[in-house]
Write a protein that binds this ligand. Sequence first.
Ligand SMILES: Nc1ncnc2c1ncn2[C@@H]1O[C@H](COP(=O)(O)OP(=O)(O)OP(=O)(O)O)[C@@H](O)[C@H]1O
Length: 244
Amino acid sequence: MISVNNLEKKIGSVKAMNNLSFTAQNGKITGLLGPNGAGKTTCLRTVFGLLKADSGNAEIDGIDVAKEPMAAKQKLGLFPDPCGLYERLTPREYIQFYAELSGMETDAAKAATQDVLSKLKMDDIADRRCQGFSQGQHMKTALAQAIVHKPTNIILDEPTRGLDVMSTRILRELLLMLKEQGHCVLFSSHVMQEVAALCDHVVVMAKGQVVAEGSPAELCERTGKESLEEAFIELIGSDEGIAA
Ligand SMILES: Nc1ncnc2c1ncn2[C@@H]1O[C@H](COP(=O)(O)OP(=O)(O)OP(=O)(O)O)[C@@H](O)[C@H]1O
């Protein structure tokens, strides 16, 4: 479970997070939905411990990220940019390298790597160099890296940006699989269709604050709108910076 409690962050003259609070539960996909500049990336960077909040805190399974960063990170996986893989390594080498970086002994890292390769059905590409991989293969390798240390919680910042339809579908299936396995999945997006299709819980953000939260159906009902896109526009009072 990820909980964000009264986070505040001023960057220059901008309040990127303004008393931001929400919870993302295990076994659910939670979407952070907001227009450009809403503070989604700032929030996720804070949750991962890459950015220090001015006040408030983020907790991973009850562990304060700022106070116990190593313990919190053991329970958290960050989906990296799939374009940033080391092309000369095979998925097995790459994933094992990250498992060891997360603190596992070599034997445990090897076993965990095999586990995740099987879980994501990657055995056919496990020992090929990443160079020349398709988008979907890159994606699986990146996700395997994020979950090899068996974190309960996974965060993804606009994971489908720049992906084609097939890769987007693969990623969706992978996220649904993680949810079925009881993981807490938190991702940011401004793509309505994606959020409506995937999320159990949507946190609508604007100007560093939570404007509303609930399931897509609840948000539609609350605003009296038929689609999440219309509900979103009603909630934030503008259609600036969103994608259909
Ligand atoms: N390093 C920085 N320097 C200056 N301003 C920043 C910096 N990081 C974030 N901001 C500002 O903080 C606000 C929130 O930015 P953030 O990147 O968190 O938004 P976002 O919701 O992820 O937006 P997008 O959907 O466009 O990626 C914006 O106004 C942004 O310009």
